[in-house]
Each structure stands twice: as C-alpha cells, then as structure tokens.
Design a protein around this ligand. Structure first.
Ligand code: PAZ
Length: 373
C-alpha cells in the first residue's frame, strides 16, 4: 500500500493560522493525525478480510455510508455536516448480503445501519411494534410478519460474520479509514468491490487551523476559510487497489450536471463506474455511467458491440456525433438509467438499491471474468 505510514507529525497544541495551501493526498496523510484507534480498527478489518479471502469465490464489498463532519473546534462543540442519513449505504448493504457478498460497512456514527434501519426512531419507532401479554413482550401482526424476514437476515449475517461495521465521524476519520480499508482489501484483487456511497465533505479545516476550545461569540462574526479535501479517488484507483472494482457516487442538485460530471470523474480517475443521482430523485432514479476504453484503431462496430449491454444501454455521446467525438476523445461512455417505477411497477415497497445491486453484481462478475482471461 502506498504511503502506509499511519502516524503523522504531532500538531501544535494551539491553533496557529497558516496560509491556505493545496493538499495532495500525501501531504494530507503526512500532516493530519490519524484517529486514535486506527491501528485497532485496521487490525480488525484485516482479520475479517483474511477470513473471507480464504473462501473461494466469496466476493467482498466495502460500502461507505453517511455523511462526514468537519469539526470547527478540537474540543468539538460545533461542526459542519451534510444531509446524508446513510439510507443508500445501509439499504445496499442488505442487498449485497442477500446476494452472497461479505460487507465491510464503513459508516458514520449513528447513521442508519443494515436491518435496524427499518426501525429508525422517526420512521418506525421500535416501542410502537411491541405488545405486552402478562409479563411477556411480543410483536403483533402485521408488524411480526414484516419483522420476521429482517430478523432472520440479521441473525444470519451475525452468525456467519458476513458483515463488519466500522464507524467514522469526521472527514479525517473517514479518509484514514478508507485508506486502511482499501489497503487490507487489496489482496482480494478483483473479488473486491468498492461502493463509495458516503457523502464526503469537499472541504476541511487542517488541524493547525482548528481552534482548540469552543469559539467564543464575543469575538463577533465567524469567518471560515476551508481547504479542499484531496481527491483520494485517484490514489485509491491507481495505487491502493488497482484491481478492485470501484464504484463512486455523484450527487448533484442540477440534474443536467449529473452525466457530464460523472464522465469527467471517470476520465480523471479511471475507475469502473459512477452512479449519478439527483438529490430529490435519489430514491427512485439513478444513472450508471461507465467508460469504455478503446484502442485508437478499433472500428465503430467493435466498440458498439464490445460489452455486455446493461438494462438500457445508450451511446452517451449521441449517435450523430459518435464518430467525430470518438476520434477526438478516443473515449466512449455508456449510460444506463434505472427508474424504480419501471423496474417494480406493482411493488410500492420496492427499493431502488435492489436493482442497483443486481446490476452491479453482473458488472462486477464481468470484471472478475475479464481478469481471469
Ligand atoms: O445517505 P442517503 O441515502 O440519504 O444519500 C445517499 C447519497 C445521495 C449521499 C449517495 O447516493 C451519494 O450520492 N453519495 C455521494 C455523494 C457525493 O459526494 O457526491
């Protein structure tokens, strides 16, 4: 694993303003301290991954889930956060488990978790399901019928140890843990999938600019200047796990940006897939964007027919400009939209993650098969 040093120079005790700087990933890990229990968490992940690495044909997925915080104070009273509840990650983890994957679930503390997510305090309060008869507690129908398959799947995952949950809170925890998790999964080579659904802050405060104590309002207004979080997808793809099947998510609020930004990410980082989602439609509509690498001299027919067509493949470049754009960029993208109302028209309780995971499993298997040739 590149840059596997896990200790960094201790930060000065008091916050001392330094000029804003651009952090490369290496700079980041050399200057920002790791979370206190990183070594223990890494060891737990290594043992768990080793166990599944020894099981032939067992695929393993790292699911990242929930939002990251950016603390404004070292003794943290205030922090910046984002909207993510971890629904995508927790729901997806259940479907991965159901389809036979082992799941390393890297999630934000207190965000939704697989199985228990069905009984979150706001949506479906746990105590409301329970009945008392004499001194016994039970669950009455219709809740019992719904709970039974969930409890069975939960007990199975617990008994088999197919899920390992690891928590992060801050952007710093997340980056260190992501690197550690990716490093321990690298020996799985193509059997490893990375499903990066966490909503990760793009900005952070380097620790030498974080106030030690609660910021006092007596000082007047608060100005914050944050630095950009380094784009760790690049080393993740190129150095940390060059054989892994890597799926990143792209969230936008302007739908028109989804596909162009997904394509730009694929061109820049060279990973396998971007799943685009618009904030308000994310529970019922996503787009899979994939880049098809082509040799300079390959003809259109071979390009068009080269890959197994997914659900509704289309040439992302648009037919009229296909040849011209291909010559210019030598890059072709495919887009596959998943619309829940089309995929499960008569199942009001269906979740789009079921279809996302089934589509991904096909593509991951193709990736594994291509590596075996
Ligand atoms: O956690 P959630 O289900 O509320 O939201 C999921 C999501 C929108 C955070 C995820 O699908 C996603 O797009 N993650 C990547 C966000 C980004 O950094 O662009």
């Amino acid at each position: 694993m590149a840059g596997s040093v896990e200790t960094a120079a201790p930060a000065p005790a008091a916050a001392t303003p330094t000029p804003q700087r651009e952090f490369t990933t290496d700079d980041y890990f050399q200057t920002q301290r790791p979370p206190a229990n990183l070594a223990e968490k890494k060891e737990a992940m290594r043992k768990w991954v080793d166990k599944w690495a020894g099981v032939e044909g067992k695929n393993v997925v790292l699911v990242t889930s929930g939002g990251t915080t950016v603390p404004l104070e070292a003794n943290t009273v205030r922090f910046l956060d984002n909207f993510s509840a971890g629904t995508r990650g927790a729901t997806s983890a259940e479907y991965f488990l159901d389809r036979g994957y082992a799941v390393l679930f890297l999630h934000r503390t207190h965000s939704l978790r697989p199985f228990s997510r069905h009984y979150s305090h706001s949506l479906n309060p746990f105590l409301d399901l329970l009945t008392i008869t004499g001194d016994s507690i039970g669950v009455a129908d219709p809740q019992a019928a719904k709970l039974l398959p969930i409890l069975r799947a939960y007990n199975k995952a617990q008994a088999e140890g197919t899920i390992l949950s690891v928590e992060f809170q801050t952007i710093n925890d997340y980056l260190w843990l992501l690197r550690a998790a990716t490093g321990v999964m690298a020996p799985l080579e193509r059997r490893a999938m990375f499903y990066l659904a966490a909503a990760v802050s793009d900005f952070f405060l380097p620790e030498d600019r974080v106030a030690e104590h609660k910021i006092q309002s007596t000082k007047g207004s608060l100005s914050l200047e944050m630095d950009q979080v380094p784009k760790v997808l690049r080393p993740l793809v190129q150095e940390w796990t060059p054989e892994g099947y890597i799926v990143s998510f792209k969230l936008e609020t302007d739908e028109d940006l989804l596909v162009p930004k997904a394509r730009a990410a694929l061109s820049r980082y060279g990973h396998q897939l971007v799943i685009g989602n618009e904030l308000h439609k994310r529970k019922h509509e996503v787009v899979f964007v994939e880049r098809k690498m082509r040799e300079k001299s390959i003809g259109d027919d071979r390009i068009r027919g080269a890959e197994t067509p997914p659900l509704a493949d289309s040439d992302a470049e648009g037919a009229p400009n296909f040849r011209r754009d291909l010559k210019k960029k030598k890059e072709v993208f495919s887009e596959t939209w998943l619309h829940l109302n089309q995929l499960a028209p008569n199942r009001p309780e269906a979740e789009i993650e079921e279809f996302i995971i089934d589509e991904l499993l096909k593509r991951h298997q193709e990736w594994i098969d291509r590596g075996a040739k």
